[in-house]
Ligand binder design. Structure first.
Ligand SMILES: Cc1cc2nc3c(=O)[nH]c(=O)nc-3n(C[C@H](O)[C@H](O)[C@H](O)COP(=O)(O)OP(=O)(O)OC[C@H]3O[C@@H](n4cnc5c(N)ncnc54)[C@H](O)[C@@H]3O)c2cc1C
Length: 324
């Protein structure tokens, strides 16, 4: 087995989600008795390659070729598929972010490869590497063996520590990627990033999430003051997203983002398993809910049974007082 990790870039910068994916790649390499390489594609990839040196990959490859300068699932999948063919990689992995979920299935299609998504661990089995992934909102773990020559994987970033410097020397080289733009049936037009002063949900150390308990836009504002006071990212339950109170990229859970911040504060969220699946790995969970029977209290480290419209303003006052 030889392993290729695809780094994730945004606006020419390395995204933190890449670092746990490198750890996952190293763990897989160790189990398979091989090395791993890492590939950075897109504008700024050469600079990012420099940052990726010494994290444990034997080779750091990069390409800023026109065809991959801006992300498209079609372009990335074709570029990586070509490289896998040229270099003989037998496992390709990337973080299970929105981008990873977007282009890796297409890559698996191009390579006619078996794919396992959301991998949280590896084992050695009688039939080769066994991939462990959660099912049913994390209530069961599946152990999956892939029987195609190439394995395509997305790995859950919250399940692995971030790779750190000191992982040994890496050779850096430009990768020759071959993409036929005419065959892609898609082209990059523009990238519209939601403008926000707040940190990105999956990268924030503190996340304050709102549930249906906030009721409406006015209620949302009460919690937003706490979000900004703490310099936190804002998250939400699907109920709040479905009601159109916040955009869907703030949804935490099984069908939203998986987060593992140092602190997660859930305001007016019941704690349905589909929500808990997205935040249960947070280091400290605080829940504010007026129903003492709410299931969120089963996963909370600190629970406050109270009306959030009374509790959140008090919390804001306390934080301000401590800071003063
Ligand atoms: C296939 C599938 C996938 C799903 N994926 C997701 C997902 O990714 N993320 C997700 O979040 N959900 C997901 N859901 C939906 C999930 O099952 C729940 O319906 C949803 O999480 C409920 O959101 P909520 O907790 O905000 O609302 P509710 O369940 O209605 O809970 C509101 C809570 O607010 C409390 N409350 C009300 N007023 C106040 C107040 N003034 N002060 C304090 N507390 C108050 C109530 O006691 C209650 O516990 C999914 C469902 C399915 C079927």
């Amino acid at each position: 087995m030889s392993i290729l990790i695809i780094a994730e870039l945004r606006d020419g910068e390395l995204r933190n989600a890449t670092l746990p994916a490198i750890t996952a790649g190293k763990q897989l390499a160790e189990l398979a008795g091989t090395d791993c390489d890492v590939l950075a594609l897109g504008k700024g990839a050469q600079g990012v390659a420099d940052q990726l040196k010494g994290l444990g990959a034997a080779n750091v490859l990069w390409s800023e070729a026109d065809a991959v300068a801006d992300y498209t699932a079609e372009g990335y999948a074709q570029a990586v598929a070509g490289l896998v063919g040229d270099k003989g990689y037998t496992a390709v992995l990337t973080p299970a972010t929105t981008t990873g979920k977007d282009f890796m299935p297409r890559l698996a299609g191009l390579l006619d490869a078996g794919m396992v998504s959301d991998v949280i661990g590896f084992e050695k089995g009688d039939d080769g590497i066994v991939y462990i992934r959660p099912m049913y909102a994390g209530n069961a773990l599946a152990r999956v063996v892939v029987d195609t020559p190439v394995h395509v994987l997305t790995v859950r970033e919250t399940a692995f520590d971030a790779a750190e410097a000191g992982g040994g020397a890496s050779a850096v080289a430009e990768a020759a990627v071959a993409v036929d733009p005419a065959s892609l049936n898609a082209k990059f037009v523009e990238y519209q990033l939601t403008a926000s002063e707040r940190p990105e949900l999956t990268e924030a150390k503190v996340v304050v999430s709102v549930g249906r308990g906030v009721k409406d836009a006015e209620g949302l504002k009460v919690v937003e003051e706490l979000v900004d006071l703490l310099g936190a990212a804002m998250g939400a339950s699907r109920a709040v997203v479905d009601e159109g109170m916040v955009p869907n990229d703030l949804q935490v859970g099984q069908t939203g983002k998986i987060v593992a911040p140092d602190l997660y504060i859930a305001c007016g969220i019941s704690g349905a398993i589909q929500h808990v699946a997205g935040m249960k790995d947070a280091k400290v969970i605080v829940a504010i809910n007026k129903d003492e029977e709410a299931p969120i209290f089963e996963v909370a480290d600190y629970g406050l049974v109270d009306d959030l419209f009374k509790a959140v303003p008090k919390l804001i006052e306390k934080v301000k007082a401590v800071r003063a």
